[in-house]
Design a protein around this ligand. Sequence first.
Ligand SMILES: [Zn+2]
Length: 316
Amino acid sequence: MNRMVQTVLGPAAPAELGITDGHNHLWIAPVVGNSPGLPVLDDVDGISRELSLYRQAGGGAIVDCQPVGCGRDGRMLAQLSRASQVHIVACTGFHLRRYYPEAAEIWQLSSEAAAQLFIEELGSTLRETAADPNPVRAGFIKIAAEERFSNSPLPLFEAAAEACRATGCAVEIHTERGADVEALLGFFSSQDVLPDRLIFCHVDKRPDYAFHQTIAQSGAMLEYDTFYRSKYQPEAHLWPLLEKMIAAGLGRQLVLATDMADWNMWQLLGEGPGLAGFIQIKTRLSKMGVESSLIDDLVGGNISRRLAMPLTWGNR
Ligand SMILES: [Zn+2]
């Protein structure tokens, strides 16, 4: 079956995506009723210019990890993608509870109702584009686990599993610094979701090689994104881990990303490496002598193939 990545502008073959930041944030609208201090990214000119720099540096696609109800705006993502010629993949799903107002709808939904919402956003339209002539669809499910899986919202996890089974989409799972991934794998296995649909985020914050090896061998992917987070000492932890995984032949289970929800990490909006900083990772991998086809997979091929899903169902 022909598997395609569902971008905000329609289906694309995985190879069309090129260099792809596997977990980032391009638009976070302020949410009425949210506690102050949560990340907001809504400077359309600044974001557009920075996306153009990413494109000029060789970037082809970005995976946007802001789900429904906590600041996502599919119209803005489509507009940004059209203007910059960068492929953008949007998500449905849910984030940690602290990113929502107290009475947010998502937390009131039954497992069945949440699954219906996720499937609708993947198969038909994002909520915010339902009345548009060209509705935008989600290309994967992003969900968030608490430090202990037992404290995570089980009905929403069951809904994500159901939507994954129904659509064949990928699921990116926020973890608290790699905590309880083993339990998460067990949960999805009990729900008949194969590890080859899963990507565990932020796991380089738990730089325990044996753990990474086990998860990679299960077939799940591991997402690393502390390249520009000095707090996590990437030179001491992330880069040696990455080298070890590559040497062990597990590089095709890795997804690299920069996760810049905080505007301080952007180049034009803040004083950080910016979106184009992702391309520097590729440069460094080349200098390390990593084989070029593996580099291509690390900075895009792995994630774009994982995001590819059968789009024969419910096609426009
Ligand atoms: Zn994120």
